[in-house]
Ligand binder design. Structure first.
Ligand SMILES: *Cc1c(COP(=O)(O)O)cnc(C)c1O
Length: 474
């Protein structure tokens, strides 16, 4: 064993060899990694080799020659130097994929973020007076134009928006909610818990599947602060089921002079009716029905940056603006820049549909997806033909992000059956490629949905697949 340990190269020799290995291509894009850090990673790799020697992985010194170790060492060091937070290829077909970053921004929104971060701006500066201004002023007008609301405000995300609204309007008093709407969203946002944190008291009414207007009315007392409706987002109730309509709630609120609050979750400005996604009202339609306060996310179906948008009647929005908690939940300038740019695209519905990636992906026609799946399959066959069995499969994609649950969008998948190892193994290896590629499993195949992959990403997909297969041979 000591002979094996002695066969390992020294750190300095390994580092020098790494630098000249394969031209300098191994270290491409790593020019600014300090030498000391490279050295640490080379050391880390040699430690792995030492562990392997102890575990009996190597039997002859030749296996530990520098030339033999170099490809693995290069891969190890590259992996260690990569940023932790990085780009991923989304082949799942889930458009608003919360784990993969939800919405992609439109080009103009990306450019607006760049501009806002690279330069000083009028973030809180009034260019009319030269005095201090408000960061909220930049998007309030356009929010009102798009939604038809009287006033608006934006905070960090929709969870914060709901919390802030309840804290401002309902603290220490009762909020009436239907039992059918006490939902959990994404594991950490549960309406009853958010309400408790905000200091509002939950007054549940109705049954899990059915709630009537009289249930709300019977629950109203001196203690009542508001009536709340929550979008059930990530699940769908079918069968013997009834919820009170927003119009009925608004009428009830008026009768008792109570604000009606609506948490839309994923609010959409785009009308998806006629796409088989069910009958989801747009934010504009919801606002027109007259609730006092409406909250929704910026980065779900809206297709903008992470944000919680609050719109509604001026008297309530003004009170919400004055809540000191607002300061703790405020949005930063990058969000503001991206949001304004996104909202501006909504001035023309067709422009929004084409240029906001989330909308373009959700509304992509089935025949176009089929053509694109064919193109991706052809490229994979051409470049990697012997590594995979490639075929097409008619299937469905999902919108994701808790929007349109259980509603399918027709698509065509590229089905890959790797030769020599399993699809499960392929899926695992693709997590470690550069960039990683996430897809879905269908029995013995790994599947890619072209809906969430851009044409420009097809070469990267092939590259990732090649890397995954090379990983197999080393
Ligand atoms: C998604 C969602 C939230 C939370 O929104 P975030 O922007 O993720 O904070 C709150 N309520 C409903 C109904 C939702 O669907």
């Amino acid at each position: 064993m000591s002979q094996l340990f002695r066969a390992l190269p020294s750190v300095d020799r390994a580092l020098d060899a790494l630098r000249s290995y394969g031209g300098s291509s191994v270290l491409k894009g790593m020019d600014d990694v300090p030498r000391a850090m490279l050295r640490d990673h080379v050391n880390g790799f040699l430690d792995v080799c030492r562990e392997e020697i102890r575990a009996g992985v190597h039997s002859v010194p030749e296996q530990l020659a520098l030339e033999v170790l170099l490809p693995r060492m290069a891969a190890y060091v590259r992996a260690k130097c990569r940023p932790h937070f990085r780009r991923v290829l989304n082949g799942t077909g889930v458009v608003v994929h919360t784990n993969l970053g939800r919405s992609l921004l439109a080009d103009v929104a990306v450019e607006a973020v760049r501009e806002a971060c690279a330069h000083y701006s009028n973030l809180e500066f009034d260019l009319g007076t030269g005095e201090r201004g408000s960061r909220y002023s930049h998007v309030e007008r356009i929010l009102c134009q798009v939604t038809g609301a009287e006033a608006g405000l934006v905070v960090n995300n929709n969870a914060a928006a709901v919390m802030l609204v309840l804290d401002t309007l309902c603290k220490g008093r009762e909020v009436v909610v239907s039992r059918g709407q006490l939902v959990e969203i994404g594991g950490s946002f549960r309406i009853p818990e958010v309400m408790e944190k905000s200091g509002a008291i939950l007054r549940e009414v109705g049954a899990t599947n059915r709630t009537h207007l009289r249930d709300y009315e019977n629950a109203i007392t001196e203690q009542t602060a508001a009536l709340l409706r929550v979008h059930t987002s990530n699940f769908r109730v079918v069968g013997f089921h009834k919820e009170v309509t927003l119009e009925e709630m608004v009428a009830l609120g008026r009768k008792y002079e109570l604000p009606v609050l609506e948490d839309l979750g994923s609010g959409s400005f785009h009308d998806f009716s006629g796409m088989g996604l069910g009958d989801e009202p747009t934010v504009q339609r919801v606002v027109a029905a007259g609730p006092d306060v409406v909250t929704f996310s910026g980065d779900k179906v809206l297709g903008g940056p992470q944000a919680g948008i609050i719109v509604g009647r001026k008297e309530w929005i003004d009170r919400i603006k004055r809540n000191p908690m607002n300061r703790a939940l405020r949005i930063d300038k990058m969000t503001l820049a991206a949001l304004e740019a996104t909202l501006r695209l909504y001035a023309d519905p067709e422009t929004a549909r084409r240029r906001i990636p989330t909308l373009a992906m959700i509304t992509a026609p089935a025949d176009e997806l089929k053509r694109r799946a064919r193109r991706l399959a052809a490229r994979i066959r051409r470049e990697l033909g012997d590594l995979f069995g490639v075929s097409l499969l008619a299937d469905a994609s999902r919108v994701g992000g808790g929007s349109f649950p259980e509603r399918d969008l027709p698509t065509t998948l590229v089905r890959l059956v790797p030769t020599g190892f399993s699809a499960t193994e392929l899926k695992q290896r693709l997590l470690d490629t550069d960039p990683p590629l996430v897809g879905r499993l269908d029995d013995d195949a790994f599947c890619l949905d072209p809906r969430t992959l851009a044409d420009a990403e097809f070469p990267l997909v092939c590259d990732a697949l090649r890397q995954a297969c090379e990983g197999a041979s080393s």
